[in-house]
Ligand binder design. Sequence first.
Ligand SMILES: Nc1ncnc2c1ncn2[C@@H]1O[C@H](COP(=O)(O)OP(=O)(O)OP(=O)(O)O)[C@@H](O)[C@H]1O
Length: 854
Amino acid sequence: LGSMSSIAVSYGENGPVFCALVPDGSHLVRCFGTDASIVYGAPSRLPMLSLTAGDSFACGLLLDTNQPYCWGNNFYVEMGVPQPMEEGAAYSEISAGDHHLCGIRKQHRRFQTSVSLIDCWGYNMTASLKFNGEVTSITAGSLFNCGILVRNRTAFCWGDETGSNIISLTPRNLRFRSISAGGYHVCGILENSRVFCWGKSLAVQEDVDLAPVDPMLSVVGGRFHACGIKSVDHEVTCWGFWLKSSVPPPKNTKLYEIAAGDYFTCGVLADSSLAPLCWGTDGPWSIPMAASPGICDSNPCGPGFFEFSHLNLPYKFCRPVNSRVCLPCSNDCPEETYLLSSCNATLDRKCQFNCTNCVSTECSSFCLQKKSTTQNMSSLQLPIFISELVFGVVLVSSVSLVACLYVRYKLQRCKCGANELKTVKNRSCSFHKELVKIQPDLEELKIHRAQMFTFEELEKATGGFSEESQVGKGSFSCVFKGVLKDGTIVAVKRAIRASDLKKNSKEFHTELDLLSRLNHAHLLNLLGYCEEGGERLLVYEFMAHGSLYQHLHGNEPSLKERLDWVKRVTIAVQAARGIEYLHGYACPPVIHRDIKSSNILIDEEHNARVSDFGLSLLCPTDSSTPLSELPAGTLGYLDPEYYRLHYLTTKSDVYSFGVLLLEILSGRKAIDMHFEEGNIVEWAVPLIKAENITAILDPVLKPPAEEEALKKIATIACKCVRMRGKDRPSMDKVTTALERALALLMGSPCNDQPILPTEVVLGSSRLHKKASQRSSAQSYSETDMIDAEDQRIEYRAPSWITFPSVTSSQRRKSSVSEGDVEAVKNAEGRSLRCLEEEIGPASPHEELFLQHNF
Ligand SMILES: Nc1ncnc2c1ncn2[C@@H]1O[C@H](COP(=O)(O)OP(=O)(O)OP(=O)(O)O)[C@@H](O)[C@H]1O
């Protein structure tokens, strides 16, 4: 609902979703909420100029083409670029109603003043409309739209007015600065900054049209309510009908921008955090991101507007050259204050407390402080103050200089320049025989923000490492759920005190070192560590939903059933993104070496996180030959080329990921001797090649409507588990292909556009999960524990695999000759030719998206 903005709120039966442009100049969108099709469907690589949202869908105006691009799930609006659309059409504004979207077509200069073209798509709206005169600021209500004519700033509306009388009630003589539609009403800001609303739902006779008299900077409309930002103090005020038990609008809080869904409204805090803040019903309440405070405009800010700048942020908000975010100037000053400086091109007006007229404590304390500072300054202390100031400046400059030199030194040591990274990515990272030494340096770790804990602290957090708090067990460690002093729920991994302390220590240090260097939304975050005497402990974010293994093969069948196809494929895409980051974007690149379902953990919001870096290896970025390492990993997932030839490349992870995909599709374990053919690869690949996909699909789930999507994933899996590493696709290709399959599965008609379930967040906050983790009351049952135990005994071979422990089927596989490989390849080529292009090179468009994203 409403007009386009840098933030948008969608609504519908799956709950509200908040979407916003990230304020870092990337113009990328991020969404939070419970509607998976919008949250995970948000294109993380498409830069957008602005956003708008309706019932179960959101749309953005693409920065590069000025075309709308929608995602989510609405029967009436085509996802992707809505169709039909005139070729080459570009739009200056878009706006979404319940089930439709409209856009003002950009036109050649010579037509601009005579006629405006507005295209609409969706329920009862699909048409191209012509209006006399230039139109600006379109806004969409439930079933109607309105716009402002540039020539006289009057409003006009079109569409269905049943139940709202919106068209007949439109005021003919009022001039508006801006307008915003709600469900059945429109509110506009008049030239004198007062708000005027018209229309109203006949079903809910609430006075949405009785707007407060305060001057407003902006206004938005929800289903039966409206909210505005007051000009005098940037605080929000709402009016109209509210559902009972709604969270009220914030008080004493300044906001820059607001957007409304039906019963849920959000704004961007007017402080350095630019954090979103929401009220109304349903949530999401915790949105761990900063949001852009406005849309980037290529025109200079007009009168009554100032150019927004953020002193704390070193980067530009707007990518297009000569564009900026223009915010409306505030009018007047709050009570007790006087105008210190007027609004100019770069700053809003400033007000200061008037100390002759204080009533509030805020004013009194300001004036007291001011008085004492003035007195102090005028006394003998002035020279002391000046010398302190000089000392402070010198100190800050020297610290900054040392920090800069240190960062430069670090950057020089890490030879992962953009170009090198690209090269690494393209050649899928091959390595020298020499392994980069992993020598964790505690000072370095501090810089990487891993916190050091005492053993006592962690002992306390886990109830003395009690059996009840144990949530899992690996080959070298036990994992406990713990609660830190500040209430943060964590997972504490305690290395088993083995006779081979050296080996334990190596795995500990590998994981510690790697995790403190890596940061990605789909990698498990390390929060801290403890190394005391023989004790080695790592502290991670707690993953409320355990591992993928527990879901697929645990003792609770309902968990498996609840993991429907969309969830499974989403997890696959997210895990692929984590691995893709390790291979292509980590510095230096990393081979995980132990990709398997028990190392894919699932957080509270059901997002997948790749974990367990105990076996990972760092690889140099400037090498060309594969790394020769003693095989390590888990039976069933281990790349045959690696254990046969000790030939390790990132393609070994691709093999393991292929096995994981087969596991996700079939619900079978990688090795399960209950079946005649116990090795999942040996069993599934021939069936997939014979195009008998149904035979491998997990029988506990109904095949989806779009079985084609699963067919594509099966094909990807087949390619990942090819015998020769060089015949396997790289992880970035796998990710792209999976994203397309997910789009298809979710019924997106335009599956050549990548739908990304969640975006890569380089530098994502380690701490933003804390709050949600604290609220999680989920604990592990004894059965979960048994699962983990069962998994260790039945499924998990010792990490350092020796040849005798390899199963017969694997041995058969490992002894396949080169000729066999060719034969397999040819057969594959024949039966799957039509799907061969799935993992083809990324299109120029996709390459562009990749460049934008990283
Ligand atoms: N951060 C976490 N939050 C919740 N549970 C976790 C977390 N980390 C691990 N676990 C649980 O503990 C189990 C054991 O984890 P761990 O990484 O020690 O071993 P593994 O990967 O299963 O086996 P191995 O170390 O032998 O490869 C996991 O499978 C998972 O169920």
